[in-house]
Design a protein around this ligand. Structure first.
Ligand SMILES: *Cc1c(COP(=O)(O)O)cnc(C)c1O
Length: 412
């Protein structure tokens, strides 16, 4: 394995270790430095080529430097970057209309990240009931092994002690029930419940797919108790599962959807989409964002949606995904002592390992074999390739993973 020589900073004046030390230790990246990307590949400063089945955590949905995104960004950069929401942003209005239409909802608030989209949705749940004379309806139910981002509200809604420890108080108005367990929600939900937040496919938690019955059952329970249903589609939305939104595999309509990641194809942008009725509570003064929905973000996100929402594009994602699942199942059969199953929806795929040791080791061995993946909970290796991959990328990925698995098997 070739190890990249450490770079310093952009102007080479500060020693590498010193510059790196100035970063908070919230991440622990390997030494490898990537300097260029094209399609499904990224290149290091030494020219090493990696197959990117990580896509910046499902962000680079059209791969790296998609020509249409590059030209859109460059054109907008030469026109107008930022005005603030004190003025109209026509590209945003058009994109909002498109997202409203695609989701069957009606109102959109643009943000800069997933956690802000979630935060907006959670605030909206409470504000809606407050507006309708029910301030007591303010509790929010989340699912176990959920992930909704890193703001206070998002960590409380997900309730993962790793993320709340030292930050959140004991009771911030959130309840939790095991994922995919309707009976548990039924036991928890009450007239104090403002709403339920769930990922139709859990990403960080380990690629757990919500059953159709679960999503539809949540809708029925919310309707019965006058609560709102919110889907966090930050990871599973924007074509990732072969539909524009992950929930569209079930017959269910949420009141609120949180979006980000794939929406900008690499440009930071998010959106919180709500029904007309719920969105109506967000009047002047209730919420805001300085950057949210600025012309640069809106231009790029509009282009992403123009491409991703095409039926032919989505069909292609589903077909490619079937081939990937089949190919990965071959690896599970070949390495039954290391791998236990392939799961997921579309190109949001989990390769479950039988041990935490295998999970950790395989991530590094995969990288040694020039393929990038990431981990998720429950000993899962997570594959989130760009949605533009074809059969050749699948064959290459499986070959590289096979090599990584063979290396790991040799150590057992
Ligand atoms: C990544 C993610 C978030 C948080 O998004 P950020 O852009 O990191 O704030 C929220 N929910 C889900 C499901 C995610 O995968």
């Amino acid at each position: 394995m070739s190890q990249s020589a450490p770079v310093t900073n952009t102007d080479n004046t500060i020693p590498y270790a010193e510059a790196r030390d100035a970063m908070m230790s919230t991440y622990a990246p390997p030494e490898t430095v990537f300097v260029r990307g094209e399609g499904a590949y990224v290149y290091t400063q030494d020219g090493d080529k990696y197959l990117d089945f990580f896509a910046g955590i499902a962000v680079n949905c059209l791969g790296h430097c998609h020509p249409d995104l590059v030209s859109t960004l460059q054109a907008q950069a030469g026109q107008l970057w930022h005005m603030s929401n004190a003025y109209r942003v026509p590209q945003g209005e058009t994109l909002a209309h498109k997202l409203a239409e695609l989701s069957g909802l009606g109102k959109v608030f643009f943000t800069n990240s997933g956690t802000e989209s979630v935060e907006c949705g959670l605030k909206m749940m409470r504000r809606y009931h407050f507006d309708h004379g029910h301030p007591e309806k303010n509790r929010i139910i989340g699912a176990s092994s959920a992930f909704h981002g890193r703001t206070f509200a998002a960590i409380c809604a997900a309730g993962n002690p790793v993320h709340t420890k030292g930050f959140a108080r004991e009771d911030e108005g959130y309840d939790h029930a095991p994922f995919n367990d309707l009976a548990a929600i039924e036991a928890l939900i009450s007239d104090k419940t403002a709403g339920i937040i769930v990922e139709p496919v859990q990403g960080e938690g380990g690629i757990h797919v919500a059953s159709k019955e679960y999503l539809e059952g949540l809708r029925a329970l919310c309707d019965k108790h006058g609560a709102l249903l919110m889907f966090d589609e930050v990871q599973c939305g924007i074509g990732r599962t072969g539909k524009v939104f992950g929930f569209q595999h079930a017959s269910v309509q949420p009141d609120i959807i949180a979006l980000a990641k794939g929406l900008g194809g690499g440009f930071p942008v998010g959106a919180c989409v709500a029904s007309n009725e719920v969105g109506a509570s967000m009047v002047v003064g209730t919420h805001g964002s300085t950057y949210g929905g600025n012309p640069l973000a809106m231009a790029v996100a509009s282009k992403v949606m123009e491409i991703v929402a095409q039926p032919e594009f989505l069909n292609q994602v589903s077909e490619t995904a079937d081939k990937l699942h089949t190919a990965l199942n071959g690896l599970v059969e070949k390495y039954p002592t290391i791998l236990s199953e392939v799961r997921g929806a579309g190109l949001m795929v989990g390769l479950r390992c039988k041990s935490a040791d295998a999970n950790g080791a395989l991530l590094g061995l995969a990288r040694d074999n020039k393929i990038l993946l990431t981990k998720a909970g429950d000993n899962v290796l997570r594959l989130l390739p760009p949605l533009i991959i074809d059969e050749s990328h699948i064959a290459e990925a499986v070959e590289k993973l096979d090599q990584a698995l063979a290396s790991y098997a040799a150590t057992l």
